[in-house]
Design a protein around this ligand. Structure first.
Ligand SMILES: CCN(CC)CCN(C[C@]12C[C@](c3ccc(C(F)(F)F)cc3)(C1)C2)C(=O)Cn1c(SCc2ccc(F)cc2)nc(=O)c2c1C=CC2
Length: 402
């Protein structure tokens, strides 16, 4: 019986052979630029500083907006509950050169943002992937930020004004974009359909930026982190690229596969299929792996996933359901509250969160080895792709409409 006191809460460290580095990248500074958190294999060091899980309090404000609760009060509660958590990775750790690593682009869910899936992203990086977790600017994130060029200061006040945010780059002003909820009477599909298209474009833009970084081109990272991005020259295997995402990010996976054949396969975690156009189902050709929770799915959503099955590539369309899991079993919150808060807020299912994320990560690694042609030992988990485990169901538990 694990001790129930709170000191055993935290994001579980990755299990793979590589130490994990983590660094944030934004280029260019505008809302049209790309913004992602990069996780990568790094040189092991025991005293490395760890990145903050929630990087600044603007994200707490956005979470409050998303959850429709008061900002002031919830900022204090969130800060108390989650403010001190770190990501089990080395902030700006030195990149570990070892051949070319396959690449994964990760897309977060509605109301989430780039840092909330670190148990998945750090595990992939520790197993030898370079992972870019994008932060979407389609107003589906709880919060995100970007910069404006500061208007030219009139000559008179020479002295530079007190800088609002010390690490903010020169002469740029930080601006925050918060979650946009549906307006009363607004129909949801047009908004979500527009957002999923922008989200796919942002995944492609992040990939294009990684391709430039891989070429060794000096990139001007607006965030001015202590990380030398030129060390990533020739680090990526650009024939082995996958796209992955949770919920709204799962729909983004399908849209991105459709738009860019550089994505060789996709993994959709508890996908929310509603935002997708009907005609997309026949256009996707790449392999897709649906990893579903037991509680979130419903017949209409499953039947849309099944439409992707009927095409000729059905051999490469797989679906499993993890028993005892809920929608929030994929983001990091599932590790960060005690059992009873977690159950009340539906952040935890019946299954131990660590067991659930291990099944998800191992099944994903096996699928990535199969469809990116990796020569690792992830095929040891091939049985998980078929749902062969006492905590898995092949396909779905949802009784589907015919
Ligand atoms: C009332 C809000 N109402 C908005 C439409 C529904 C809210 N909701 C259920 C929630 C998110 C919940 C949550 C988070 C976080 C705490 C905290 F206390 F731990 F912070 C608590 C409680 C509230 C569980 C979902 O939207 C579920 N969902 C999600 S949740 C992604 C997410 C968001 C924020 C996070 F911090 C972590 C993960 N991503 C999607 O793409 C889709 C859906 C539904 C359809 C498509």
């Amino acid at each position: 019986m694990g001790n129930s006191c709170s000191n055993n809460l935290g994001i579980p460290p990755a299990k793979g052979p590589n130490a994990v580095g983590c660094s944030d990248f934004m280029m260019d500074h505008t809302v049209e630029g790309t913004f992602f958190r990069l996780y990568y294999p790094c040189v092991a060091s025991d005293n490395a500083e760890k990145p903050d899980w929630i990087p600044c309090k603007g994200y707490f404000y956005g979470l409050a907006d998303f959850l429709k609760i008061n900002r002031g009060l919830s900022e204090k509660i969130f800060n108390y509950l989650f403010g001190s958590f770190k990501i089990p990775a080395a902030l700006n750790g030195s990149y570990k050169q070892n051949g070319k690593y396959p690449v994964v682009i990760f897309s977060h869910g509605l109301g989430a943002f780039r840092t909330l899936y670190s148990a998945i992203c750090t595990e992939l990086a520790s197993q030898g992937f370079i992972v870019a977790s994008v932060e979407h600017r389609d107003e589906s994130a709880s919060a995100t930020y970007f910069y404006h060029q500061k208007p030219q200061e009139p000559e008179k006040d020479k002295a530079s004004p007190l800088k609002p945010n010390p690490e903010a780059p020169e002469n740029l002003v930080e601006e925050w974009m918060y979650y946009r909820s549906l307006k009363p009477g607004e129909s949801e599909f047009p908004l979500r359909n527009k957002q999923v298209k922008q989200r796919a474009d942002e995944c492609i833009k992040a990939l294009d930026t990684l391709i430039q970084i891989n070429s060794g081109k000096t990139m001007e990272n607006v965030l001015q982190t202590e990380f030398d991005w030129t060390t990533l020259e020739n680090s990526m295997d650009l024939c082995r690229i996958a796209v992955m995402g949770h919920s709204f990010g799962g729909a983004t996976v399908i849209e991105a596969l459709c738009k860019d054949v550089n994505f060789k396969c996709g993994i959709a975690l508890d996908a929310w299929m509603f935002p997708l156009d009907e005609e997309i189902y026949v256009r996707v050709k790449q392999p897709i792996f649906f990893i579903n929770s037991e509680k979130f799915q419903w017949a209409g959503n499953i039947s849309r996933m099944r439409k992707l099955d009927s095409s000729s590539t059905s051999m490469q369309r797989k679906m499993i359901t993890i028993k005892g899991t809920v929608h929030q079993s994929f983001p990091d919150f599932t590790f960060l509250t005690g059992n009873w808060i977690g159950k009340i807020l539906k952040l935890k299912g019946e299954l131990d969160p660590q067991v659930g994320i291990d099944l998800c990560n191992r099944a994903s690694l096996a699928f990535l080895q199969r469809h990116l042609g990796l020569d690792k030992d992830f095929n040891q988990w091939d049985h998980l792709i078929e749902g062969k485990d006492h905590n898995l169901i092949p396909g779905t538990n949802v009784t589907e409409i015919s």
